[in-house]
Design a protein around this ligand. Structure first.
Ligand code: SF4
Length: 693
């Protein structure tokens, strides 16, 4: 039957079994029927996942530069670890503990995310830790925390969607990013339910929708407020629910009064009849969901954009009603768990605030340190990257499970900052673009070579199981952190056993928002996953957390008024076209993994810009021709792909590639004031055809 586990990629965490054919090391993937998220389905990425185990440039020995300008060369583990600890010691002595920073990832297991946060605070004593999840769904997390007192992906099991009567999906394209998820929406539609998609592009998901609203990029707040205005005008709000289960509605009512339909249409470009139909479909369904994803979250007002959609869901009485609610389609494999256990700049395990004295005392007790010795909040991901090597900024960076050279906004500046460091250390299993710039590269075990837990987009804690032995010379991230902690003479225990680390994580998170106290490896095994919060061994877990009350001090969800202000950077005469970025089916995130999988590389071999034929004609750009795009941050050159699936004032580039087609050379690092999310989804560019001789 193979080893039952889950996919290495996205937050759906599809169940799969890995079969090591007769112990030959050739691994085959089969989908699992017993995992509700995918129910026997996989996408191209999942089907080909085993090829990750045999990528040709797999790292199997540490690499080090003997001199700053020397190439990376193989070295022993002792040499690599000595170099790292000597560098850390020197920089800390010169500049203090915040001279050393840590950058984590939303694909790390819960155990690694936990251990990385502890390593930063205890072994390094630094406040400077954040992770790439800040670039993913941090706006949804911030908006959910503000509205509901908690942030936990979907409001219930993913199978609830199939029983929904209507789903409004804002800024998500699961037909490409997580195709097996579509089975739940398709079941809903087969039963007469309606899918409403909000997206400037006619994506693969939008093509399957019953209704497609195509707003101008950056206008989601006006759209959400316009929808709520219509709901109120048509008497579709659930006044009884609003009175019984929420606070703050009057202020929202006042704000949305000014978003009358014609004004909302003028700002967003979405025709009033479409908005009206969307509201009616949602309000008249017995069960309904409002979902957001990166398209509505990766903005300099991303928290408010999500809040606009949450306000709509609350006014319709959806959150806390069985089979209904607001949810976020988390992106990275452990996007949910990765933000719960302390690798965020402002948080401790259990999703606790790092500036909360009670949380500090509790966690310090588990770690065996004095709470006063724990550092306070640090810089958020982009602020951290842009401070590297500056006066007062970190001088060393340790990167685990991330490739910011490709995934960070204003990527050329980030690359320059990495180059200004005294010490860059990267742990990875392939030489990613970030690893190639490192002073020391540590070869790490990957996905199927180690055990751990992941928390999927439902908030369900799952087990990833080791299916094959890692190659000789490779260590797990837990072993790397343990070895470094030992050399740094860090206090406390530094287990390298995932189950033991999970036990410590449960103690550290006990009593917090993300309480895993009652979850064990055995329970996950027996029950096929456990939903958090699960505060005790006899607790059944919490598939639908808001049915009785919201975890706010008064038990009510909070409306928050939000006003449209537009994108941080609007189009003008110099940069007259909107750029939006996103994903394609055959690639995943920075592409460090999927670009190395042959069938995926063949299916999606390189970057392109999607533009409308009318825009292309105006600019003299032909299908397939090279196009140079310029923004105020930089320039990229990619192939043109003409399609009427995009507005004629907007172009789209997927962000999975490095080199001259790197989308993030163009993107705007303007940050959301609450979530510190950069504005990946909209900036202003100009396009010119490239005539290559
Ligand atoms: Fe993997 Fe996501 Fe594809 Fe499922 S949808 S197979 S989890 S990449």
């Amino acid at each position: 039957m193979g080893t039952p586990t889950h996919c290495p990629y996205c937050a759906l965490q599809c169940g799969m079994a890995l079969h090591d054919e007769n112990g030959t090391g050739t691994v085959r993937v089969t989908p699992r029927e017993d995992v509700p998220a995918n129910g026997g389905g996989l996408c191209q990425k999942g089907w080909t996942a085993a090829e990750l185990l045999t990528v040709p440039d797999r790292l199997t020995a540490p690499l080090m530069r003997r001199r700053r300008d020397a190439p990376l060369e193989p070295c022993t583990w002792d040499e690599a670890l000595d170099r790292i600890t000597a560098g850390i010691g020197r920089l800390r002595a010169l500049h203090g503990p915040d001279a050393v920073a840590v950058f984590g990832g939303g694909g790390l297991t819960n155990e690694k995310a936990y251990q990385l946060g502890k390593f930063a605070r205890v072994a390094l004593g630094t406040s400077q830790i954040d992770y790439n999840g800040r670039f993913c769904m941090s706006s949804a997390a911030a908006a959910s925390g503000r509205a509901f007192g908690m942030d936990r992906g979907l409001p219930g099991p993913v199978t609830d969607l199939a029983a929904s009567g209507a789903v409004l999906l804002a800024g998500g394209n699961p037909a490409e990013t997580m195709p097996p998820f579509m089975r739940h929406l398709n079941e809903m539609r087969d039963d007469g339910g309606a899918l409403i998609v909000v997206d400037p592009r006619r994506t693969a998901t939008a093509r399957q929708a019953d209704l497609h609203l195509r707003p101008t990029p950056g206008t989601d707040i006006a759209l959400a407020n316009g929808l709520l205005h219509l709901a109120l005008a048509e008497g579709l709000a659930d006044e009884e629910y609003i009175a019984a289960r929420t606070t703050g509605f009057d202020a929202v009512r006042t704000v949305v009064n000014a978003y009358w339909p014609e004004r909302a249409e003028r700002i967003t470009g979405v025709p009033v009849p479409l908005m009206r139909e969307a509201v009616r479909l949602l309000a008249r369904a017995r069960r309904a969901h409002v979902l957001t994803a990166r398209g509505s979250e990766q903005h300099a007002r991303g928290t408010d954009m999500v809040t606009g959609f949450i306000n709509l869901a609350l006014a319709l009485g959806l959150p806390g009603r069985e089979g209904s609610g607001y949810g976020c389609l988390t992106g990275q494999g452990n996007g949910q768990g990765g933000r719960e256990h302390g690798q965020k700049a402002d948080q401790l395990p259990g999703y606790r605030r790092i500036d909360d004295p009670a949380a500090r005392a509790h966690v310090a007790g588990v770690w065996g340190v004095d709470p006063d010795d724990l550092p306070g909040p640090g810089r958020s991901a982009y602020e951290l990257l842009s401070a590297l090597g500056t006066a007062g900024g970190p001088k060393a960076l340790l990167v685990f499970g991330s490739n910011p050279v490709v995934s960070a906004p204003a990527a050329a500046d980030v690359e320059e900052r990495l180059g200004a460091l005294d010490l860059l250390v990267v742990a990875d299993f392939v030489p990613s673009e970030t690893a190639r710039r490192a002073d020391v590269v540590l070869p790490a075990a990957q996905w199927a070579e180690e055990s751990g837990t992941m928390t999927n987009l439902e908030g369900r804690v799952l087990r990833r199981r080791r299916a094959v032995r890692p190659p000789d010379g490779v260590r797990t991230d837990l072993e790397i952190l343990g070895a470094l902690a030992e050399r740094l003479k860090a206090p406390g225990e530094w287990s390298t056993d995932p189950e033991e680390v999970f036990g410590e994580l449960r103690r550290a998170g006990a009593g917090g928002i993300a309480d895993y106290s009652g979850i064990t490896y055995d329970r996950i095994e027996a029950e096929g996953g456990v939903f958090w919060p699960c505060p005790s061994p006899d607790h059944p877990g919490t598939p639908r957390p808001y049915l009785d009350r919201f975890p706010t001090p008064d038990g009510r969800a909070r409306f928050v008024p939000v006003e449209h202000t537009g994108a941080a950077e609007d189009v003008d005469a110099d940069y007259p076209v909107y750029l939006t970025t996103g994903r394609v089916l055959a690639q995943y995130q920075s592409g460090a993994q999927t670009r190395r999988v042959r069938p995926l590389a063949e299916a999606a071999p390189g970057p392109f810009v999607e533009l409308h034929p009318d825009l292309a004609a105006r600019l003299g750009i032909e299908d397939g021709a090279a196009v140079r795009l310029e923004s105020r941050r930089g320039a990229a050159t990619v192939a043109a792909r003409l399609t009427d699936a995009i507005r004629d004032d907007t172009v789209f580039i997927p962000f999975h590639w490095a080199g001259e087609g790197r989308a993030n050379l163009l993107t705007n690092p303007a940050l959301d004031p609450v979530s510190r999310m950069p504005e990946f989804k909209v900036c202003a560019v100009r396009l010119t055809p490239v005539h290559r001789g």
